[in-house]
Write a protein that binds this ligand. Sequence first.
Ligand SMILES: O=C(O)c1ccc[n+]([C@@H]2O[C@H](COP(=O)([O-])O)[C@@H](O)[C@H]2O)c1
Ligand SMILES: Cc1cc2nc[nH]c2cc1C
Length: 349
Amino acid sequence: MQLMKDTLKAIGGLDQKAMDAAKARVDKLVKPPGSLGRIEDIAIQLAGITGDVFTSVDNKAVIVMAADHGVYSEGVAPNPQAITAIQTMNMVKGVTGVCAFAKQAGAKVVVVDIGVMEDINLAGIRNNKIRYGTSNMRKGPAMTREEAIKSIEIGIEVANEEIDKGANCLAIGEMGISNTTASSAIIAVIGNFKPQEVVGVGAGLPIHQLGYKAEVIRDAINHNLPNSKDAIDVLAKVGGFEIGGMAGVILAAAAKRKPVVIDGFISYASAFIAAMLEPKAKDFMIVSHMTAEKGGAKALEYLGKKPLLDLGLRLGEGSGAVLAFNILEAATYMVKEMVTLEESGIVLG
Ligand SMILES: O=C(O)c1ccc[n+]([C@@H]2O[C@H](COP(=O)([O-])O)[C@@H](O)[C@H]2O)c1
Ligand SMILES: Cc1cc2nc[nH]c2cc1C
């Protein structure tokens, strides 16, 4: 509890002076003003986050949180639950989607078992298992309030360790069969949406079963009555361990003034939790992409964040976030590598 409290307290606002200086430089670079579009906005945001106009994001890490969900037993996911454990192991073997993109982007993949159903004994996986999957939220709370706080604090600890080891840019990712059900529930409760507005097919549920998935979420909300003004209560009653873990990573990044790249639908739910705990955390988030999951657009509108990419992605794992690392790094190269109009003797008309 103390770690979460201290982390929340340490989150400040963006550095306006650095942002003004970054804007002044970006406007002077050898290009028509504004012609590098949102790359310019990112450069300015990165300056505001780090306090440094000439900042670097060359030490990148994606933190992948893996956990299982009791609500799987309600038949809300199309795939075997054992895939959570198998994919978690595949993460350290370097053979998943996020690993492929991380290799290309030169990013480290940090894998955390925060609540997988099985024991995984494989070197390279952090064992922070809270328990063997959450409880079925249709029948009762997914987890206790203490477990919800613990999940957030595990995320904070892992992120702090990576930052202490030198990471200057983080991304969040996850693996958890059924976690689109928990994410839809969180987004519905906090955003005040009807479950059917934000429920999607996840990892391939047949479309005719969407109504049933929404009904399970409705039942879970009606049964547990999460307090929509209390992020921990929402996380505990209808959330997941990996969702709490990713919220913790966001909060730690914000407290240590590092950019944190948000991945797909499940990480949007984590962003909802983090932003409710400390609204200033939103300033440190960069949303990599628009998920193809149905509720994505509504979720991002509620968060007030614009995605960088829209490529029809719905894999999760942090795959889209890692793709966006390249864009962030390009923004830092723009600031450092380009000369100014003046240095080139160019006077614009
Ligand atoms: O990132 C996304 O937007 C996304 C959208 C749909 C599914 N997923 C991934 O698929 C799994 C959850 O899907 P489901 O159908 O089991 O709830 C989980 O492991 C996620 O990483 C991810
Ligand atoms: C194969 C598979 C890989 C995944 N990665 C993230 N969620 C996933 C779901 C499935 C089913």
